[in-house]
Write a protein that binds this ligand. Structure first.
Ligand code: SF4
Length: 283
C-alpha cells in the first residue's frame, strides 16, 4: 500500500512566522506568554508549552505587568494594545501581515461608513480571534455574518462595505455577495472586497487533486481550526473516504483495509511533524 503526505500541506507563512518568533524568544528567555493558542492545533501548542510557552486569555492579561506577551497570527483588537501599554507589557506582535493589512482596510472602511451612516459587514465566524480583531477596528460595531444566506442583520437601505475573514471559503463569500446584490435596491452603495487569503483559497484546489489521487484520505487538523473544518468538508465532497483526526491515536485500520493508497493532508495550522507521526502509525 502506498502512503503519501501531501507536499502542499503544512503551515501557511503567517503561522510559520508566529511560531518562529515564539521559538526565537523561548530559546533566548526560556518562557513567553502567548495570548490564546498560537495555532489551532493542540499537539503543536503542547510541544511549545514544553519549551516554556504559557498560553493566557484576555482575563489573565489584565493581571500581568512588565513582561512580554506574544500576539499570534490572528491579530488582536486595539483594546489589547491599550491594555498592554497601560500595564508596561511588551507585545511581541506576530500578527500575519495579511491580517494586519485587512485590519487597516476595515478601519478605513469603518471611518468612511461613519460619514454616511453606513455599515461594515464582516463574513466570518463570530467569536473567532481574527474576527474579534477585525471588529475591534470598528469599535465592535461591525455586523458579523457567518453564512451566505444570513442577510437579516443587514440594512439594505444604507451603504455597505463587505469584507471576509481570511480563512473563509471564497465560494461561499461569492455566494453571499450575490445574495446581497440580489436584495439591494437600485443605486445602492455596496462594495465587497476580496479579502480571503489566497493561501486558503488555493489550498482547496490543490487538495482536490490530492484527494482524487488516493483511495483514502486522512485529514489532520485541530478540533478548533475553522480552516481545518472547511478543508475537511471540501475533501469529503471530492473523496468520500476522508477521515478527520486531530492526532495519530485516532486512526482506525478499518479505514484502509481495502485501499491501495492512503493520503495524509492537513490544514494550514497542521504541523508537518504530526503528519509524519500519522504516517508512521499507519505503517
Ligand atoms: S491563512 Fe493567510 S492570512 Fe491567515 S495566517 Fe495564514 S497566511 Fe496569514
Amino acid at each position: 500500500m502506498i502512503i503519501k503526505i501531501d507536499d502542499n500541506a503544512g503551515y501557511c507563512f503567517g503561522v510559520v512566522k508566529a511560531i518562529g518568533v515564539a521559538e526565537e524568544q523561548l530559546d533566548k528567555e526560556g518562557s513567553l506568554y502567548c495570548l490564546g493558542d498560537i495555532v489551532h492545533n493542540s499537539a503543536e501548542v503542547e510541544r511549545l508549552k514544553q519549551k516554556g510557552l504559557v498560553v493566557i486569555d484576555h482575563q489573565q492579561l489584565l493581571s500581568l505587568r512588565q513582561c512580554k506577551v506574544l500576539i499570534r497570527a490572528h491579530g488582536e483588537p486595539p483594546s489589547t494594545y491599550s491594555v498592554a501599554k497601560s500595564q508596561g507589557i511588551e507585545l511581541i506582535d506576530a500578527t500575519c501581515p495579511i491580517v494586519l493589512a485587512l485590519q487597516g482596510r476595515i478601519r478605513q472602511g469603518y471611518e468612511a461608513m461613519k460619514q454616511v451612516a453606513g455599515q461594515v459587514v464582516i463574513f466570518g465566524k463570530p467569536g473567532h480571534a481574527e474576527v474579534v480583531g477585525l471588529n475591534g477596528q470598528c469599535n465592535g460595531e461591525a455586523i458579523i455574518v457567518s453564512h451566505a444566506d444570513e442577510l437579516q442583520p443587514i440594512d439594505f437601505s444604507r451603504p455597505i462595505r463587505l469584507y471576509s475573514q481570511t480563512t473563509k471559503s471564497r465560494d461561499e463569500y461569492q455566494q453571499l455577495i450575490a445574495n446581497i446584490q440580489a436584495a439591494l435596491p437600485p443605486q445602492a452603495d455596496f462594495v465587497a472586497y476580496d479579502t480571503v487569503c489566497n493561501r486558503v483559497a488555493n489550498r482547496a484546489k490543490q487538495l482536490e487533486a490530492f484527494a482524487h489521487s488516493v483511495d483514502v484520505l486522512i485529514f489532520v487538523a485541530g478540533a478548533n481550526s475553522s480552516n481545518g473544518r472547511y478543508l475537511y468538508e471540501y475533501c469529503r465532497q471530492v473523496q468520500p473516504h476522508t477521515h478527520l483526526i486531530s492526532n495519530a491515536d485516532q486512526l482506525d485500520p478499518q479505514w484502509w483495509a481495502n485501499a491501495q493508497s492512503v493520503g495524509i493532508s492537513g490544514a494550514t495550522s497542521t504541523p508537518r511533524w504530526l503528519m509524519e507521526q500519522v504516517k508512521n502509525n499507519i505503517l
